[in-house]
Ligand binder design. Structure first.
Ligand SMILES: NC(=O)c1ccc[n+]([C@@H]2O[C@H](COP(=O)([O-])OP(=O)(O)OC[C@H]3O[C@@H](n4cnc5c(N)ncnc54)[C@H](OP(=O)(O)O)[C@@H]3O)[C@@H](O)[C@H]2O)c1
Length: 327
């Protein structure tokens, strides 16, 4: 089959379509003809050689896929050929075919295209884990969502809105801030112009944010501490702004009785991902059906243009997801 291959670790120019062996479904797996896959930040890190796939998983880029079941292992009972499915995968989305453990597959709602569906698994499962499982965000609480216009951020805004929480986002331009506000954020802060800690304090009348979803890390640590409400929860999912905090006084966290969580979804064992997927599916599929939740797609590229798609993400230019169509 054809797949996107990384010739050598490096820039986007290393991406090209080549021939690799087609995967065979194991007894509990589906073989899916991929129609679309999304681009994720992790793909860029892996392409650069900085994020190797977990052991015994595909070396091919791509953390999610949407397509059609074309074959299945002999123990699969729940799925038939020709069904439309989407799934989180530990790798292998940028290819003509991918295998998926049957319990990881979610049916694509009838009102969504393959392109729509490909934008959902990685972004929404990550956001669901952060907002619902770890953040335990509740109605009328306040969520501070950093990188609000990112793929994960746009999913987190929608989930927080569905829960009935107040939402503050940060983003790097007024255009992105406006976009987040259109998606349901109550307050957007252009972090390049304004201090988000001051904005959070003013918006919450000094109380702070109950849940902070952070991808930035060290750069935001002090301001996150200042922005956290008593009994607040911080979920750190990435360190785009550095990992080393020069000074960290544990008492700052104590004062808030704060909970700090980190997570990396890709390295989780399969049973965890299955539980997350099933829980998310029960919550979100009816809401995608009704239109309450929507895929947020910035741009769609043919997979022949994967170089351009990666460049677009690396320029921080996307609002929502970038999707590759696989033909
Ligand atoms: N831990 C996990 O399990 C997990 C799973 C999925 C994704 N992630 C992480 O979540 C993050 C979002 O992923 P994504 O695919 O949704 O990304 P994305 O759509 O590419 O968005 C990332 C955005 O982050 C902002 N940003 C980048 N560097 C920044 C910096 N130094 N300071 C402040 N903002 C910065 C940029 O927006 P602005 O223009 O607003 O600055 C950029 O567009 C990535 O870091 C990814 O690795 C983690």
């Amino acid at each position: 089959m054809r797949a996107i291959i990384v010739d050598n670790p490096g820039g986007p120019e290393q991406l090209r379509i080549g021939e690799v062996q087609r995967p065979e479904p194991k007894p509990h797996e589906l073989l899916v003809k991929v129609k679309a896959a999304s681009v994720n930040r992790a793909d860029i890190l892996q392409r650069q050689g900085n994020y190797p796939p977990p052991p015994s998983t595909s070396e091919i880029l791509g953390l999610d896929a949407a397509g059609v079941v074309v074959d299945k292992g002999d123990q699969v009972l729940a799925w038939e050929n020709d069904e439309r499915v989407m799934a989180l995968v530990p790798g292998g989305g940028y290819a003509e075919y991918v295998t998926i453990p049957e319990q990881m597959a979610l049916p694509i709602p009838d009102n969504l295209s393959f392109t729509d569906a490909a934008s959902i698994p990685e972004a929404f499962l990550t956001a669901y884990q952060a907002i619902v499982w770890y953040g335990q965000l509740k109605k009328r609480e306040t969520a501070l969502i950093h990188a609000g216009a990112s793929g994960v951020g746009t999913a987190a805004i929608q989930l927080a809105r569905t829960i009935g929480a107040k939402i503050i986002v940060t983003a790097g331009s007024d255009e992105k801030v406006n976009f987040c506000e259109m998606l349901g954020a109550d307050l957007g802060v252009n972090y390049k112009e304004d201090d988000f800690a001051t904005a959070v304090r003013n918006f919450t009348q000094g109380k702070g944010a109950d849940v902070i979803v952070d991808f930035i890390g060290a750069d935001y640590w002090d301001r996150n501490m200042a922005s956290l409400a008593v009994d607040g929860r911080i979920v750190i999912l990435a360190t785009l702004g550095g990992a080393l905090i020069e000074q960290f006084n544990i008492r700052d966290l104590f004062k808030k009785r704060g909970q700090l969580t980190t997570s990396s979804l890709r390295s989780r064992p399969l049973d965890y991902k299955v539980r997350l997927t099933r829980d998310f599916g029960g919550f979100a599929l009816p809401r995608f059906n009704s239109g309450e939740l929507k895929p947020v797609i910035d741009s769609v590229y043919s997979w022949q243009m994967a170089v351009e798609a990666h460049n677009h993400m690396e320029a921080n230019a996307n609002k929502g997801k970038i999707v590759l169509t696989i033909d």
